[in-house]
Design a protein. Structure first.
Length: 68
């Protein structure tokens, strides 16, 4: 069966959901940085404000990436 080629997985709905989550995290991080300051804002603070898991914050790139 060397002729069988799997098509790549792509979901437009999932891409939109990921973009909304990323935007929510960026907005929450910005608000937390303004309210608390960069150094005083923890990953947990950002995750709680955005209602996502800590892992999501790290997947985006952590605090340095969010500050950019």
């Amino acid at each position: 069966m060397s002729g069988d080629v799997k098509r790549p997985y792509r979901s437009v709905v999932r891409e939109h959901q990921a973009a909304r989550t990323r935007a929510a995290v960026i907005d929450a991080a910005g608000a937390e940085f303004v309210a608390r300051g960069y150094a005083a804002t923890s990953i947990d603070d950002i995750a709680a404000a955005a209602q996502v898991a800590r892992r999501t914050i790290y997947a985006i790139g952590g605090k340095p990436e969010l500050l950019k």
